[in-house]
Ligand binder design. Structure first.
Ligand SMILES: Nc1ncnc2c1ncn2[C@@H]1O[C@H](COP(=O)(O)OP(=O)(O)O)[C@@H](O)[C@H]1O
Ligand SMILES: C=C(OP(=O)(O)O)C(=O)O
Ligand SMILES: [K+]
Ligand SMILES: [Mg+2]
Length: 593
């Protein structure tokens, strides 16, 4: 694709200055050189706030935005995250957290009150893991998160994580766990047992298991939490001796190793999405979830396949929905984002292809560390985070960030260092697994992620300014084009002018994402009409998504945003804002009137 540069085309930047600049933070006295501010298009100047019309609020998450506007001033017309609002009011722009947090919901956190405590504590995305629990259980969690958003003004997104069809143990006949002792003999079998399990027998979900393993192979449960060596094969049964004792947990993953290498035989041919996964996906689409995280992705094909499936499914359901509410609205339909979980050794060969095909990636270090040597995991994490920046896709760093907090109220120093490293890499999001699903201190674990993120983010910004460092080197994107160049320029301007915030109006989230990709020093306020886009943007670094009905008149949109945010105490007069508009192809520099 040809990438037109701003100066070579008729695109131009427009700077409009407010009449009353703030005493504390004003624009440079000289307007920028004329050559850079030539207008190709007329952009009207801001009208006084009093002339602004406001819209009616749309509290129902599924309701489409209502145009045109009616009614008088109504501060409810903007939907903002309660936590962000409080943070902004208390500490100002610079204080907001840029790194997002995903919490896995499990038995410890599935109640409405526990979910609310997580949302108040800063959870941006609630993850449900389809490896565990029944569909009914998951339905209830989704319903509670939705209710929380509707009743309490949050925008917590829901992510469904597929089970995948890698080899794993059965559910231990209902037991919570089983202890394997050193030297004990256990049987792993593909034989279906209905009710009564013989003692020390574990079922395995993969039919080819007994054929694929060989005597002498090492069998690792959860990447080595418990270790066995295969001593004998008798038909469907594989007899093993325990060499590293430990606790066996239901549905734990199994890998087997021969001569120090992971065995990838016919099991490598298992489909990434099993028939159960497809049923779960249909369930997720019907429930209106925001993200599907695909476990054990091996190639880009499965991501492309799932994305086209979602597009057809959601077109059908959206059209049905809109018909039922008797509107003639047609919205972009495919609003479930597909996240590729990088946890299979096979995925590493096709990383670029997979990440560019997906809507985001997860460094699923739990299973990844069972498939490659542990000492390789940190460099793979760094590479995935960099590729996410390159392709403009959010990246989540997951698993064992605060593992010890499943049992203890404070983390280890090493865990804090690990979290700091991920925040320093400027990953979009951090994820809690067992810590929030079944640990004893879910809220404390969340608070640790939050405070470490805030501290390290601030340290980075200060360090950058002190040493006059360039921002972390950003690989040039392969997409290019006008929106990307505009966003890169806007980020640069925001940093140089020490702007308080970037504002962006975004229908699909694309421009907001491109601004986030530049990792600016200031937060990005992203205004969108679609609650689903708002929730999805909640996963991305530095974005503060707001629902706001947008009209075709960008000037009135901007005035309305200022007036609503001021009424809620979220911005103050004089604040310096860089406003990016895709539609007008403009970048405006404005002091809040
Ligand atoms: N829906 C659920 N029901 C019961 N337990 C769950 C659920 N989700 C998560 N858990 C518990 O939390 C642990 C950590 O969650 P997670 O990391 O998502 O799964 P896994 O350990 O299988 O990779 C699980 O091993 C399981 O014990
Ligand atoms: C996040 C991961 O996946 P899951 O918890 O589903 O095993 C992981 O393996 O790190
Ligand atoms: K999973
Ligand atoms: Mg995994």
């Amino acid at each position: 694709m040809v990438v037109p540069s701003l100066s070579a085309t008729s695109q131009s930047l427009r700077f409009s200055f407010s009449i009353t600049p703030s005493p504390s933070r004003t624009l440079p006295k000289q307007p920028l050189p004329k050559s850079s501010v030539r207008l190709s298009r007329y952009v009207p100047l801001l009208k006084p706030i009093s002339a602004v019309k406001t819209e009616v609020s749309v509290p129902d998450e599924r309701k489409p935005p209502i145009f045109p506007t009616v009614g008088g001033p109504n501060v409810e017309a903007i939907e903002a995250d309660k936590v962000t609002e409080a943070e902004l009011k208390e500490n100002g722009f610079r204080s907001t957290r840029r790194t997002k947090i995903v919490c896995t919901i499990g038995p410890r956190t599935c109640g409405f009150e526990e979910l609310e405590a997580l949302a108040v504590g800063g959870m941006n995305v609630a993850r449900i893991n389809m490896c565990h629990g029944t569909r009914e259980w998951h339905r209830q969690v989704i319903e509670r998160v939705r209710r929380l958003n509707a009743e309490k003004g949050f925008a917590v997104a829901v992510m469904m994580d597929t089970q995948g069809s890698e080899i794993h143990m059965g559910d231990l006949g209902g037991a919570a766990s089983a202890k394997a002792e050193d030297g004990e003999h256990w049987t792993f079998t593909v034989r279906p047992f209905d009710v009564n399990f013989p003692e020390r027998t574990i079922s395995v979900n993969y039919d080819g298991f007994a054929e694929d393993v060989k005597v002498g192979d090492e069998l690792l449960v959860d990447g080595g939490m418990v270790r066995f060596v295969v001593t004998e094969k008798i038909g469907p049964d594989v007899s093993c001796c325990c060499t590293d004792p430990g606790l066996l947990l239901p549905r734990a993953n199994l890998t087997f190793w021969r001569n120090g290498s992971l065995v990838r035989e016919r099991n490598a041919m298992l489909p990434t999405l099993s028939s159960k996964d497809w049923l779960d996906i249909d369930f997720g689409i019907a429930e209106g979830i925001d993200f599907i995280a695909v476990s054990f992705v091996k190639s880009a094909e499965v991501i492309k396949h799932l994305k086209s499936y979602i597009a057809t499914q959601s077109t059908e359901s959206t059209c049905k929905f809109y018909l039922t509410v008797m509107t003639i609205f047609v919205q972009p339909c495919s609003n479930i984002a597909v996240i590729a979980k990088i946890e299979s050794i096979d995925s590493l060969k096709h990383l670029e292809e997979i990440i560019s095909a997906s809507d985001g990636a997860m460094v699923a270090r739990g299973d990844l560390g069972a498939q490659i040597p542990l000492e390789q995991v940190p460099s793979v994490q760094k590479r995935i985070v960099e590729l996410g920046r390159k392709f403009d896709k959010p990246v989540i760093v997951a698993s064992q960030l605060l593992e010890s907090m499943i049992e203890y109220p404070i983390p280890t120093r090493a865990e804090v260092a690990d979290v700091s490293e991920a925040v320093g890499q400027q990953a979009d999001a951090l994820m809690l697994s067992g810590e929030s699903a079944m640990g004893q201190y879910p809220e404390k674990a969340l608070a640790v992620l939050r405070s470490v993120s805030l501290r390290i983010e601030r340290w980075w910004r200060e360090e950058k300014h002190r040493a006059a460092l360039e921002p972390l080197t950003m690989p040039s994107s392969v997409c290019g084009g006008v929106p990307e160049e505009m966003c890169n320029a806007a980020v640069k301007m925001a940093n140089k002018l020490k702007a308080d915030a970037l504002f962006v109006y975004t229908k699909t989230g694309h421009m907001a994402s491109l601004l986030s990709r530049g990792r600016p020093d200031c937060p990005i306020f992203a205004f969108t009409t679609m609650p689903s886009v708002r929730r999805r943007l909640n996963l991305q670094w530095g974005l503060m998504p707001f629902s706001l009905s947008l009209s075709d008149d960008m000037e009135s949109n901007l005035n309305r945003a200022f007036s609503l945010l001021k009424a809620r105490g979220m911005i103050n007069s004089g604040g310096l804002i860089i406003v990016v508009s895709d539609k007008l192809r403009s970048i405006q520099v404005i002091n809040v009137p």
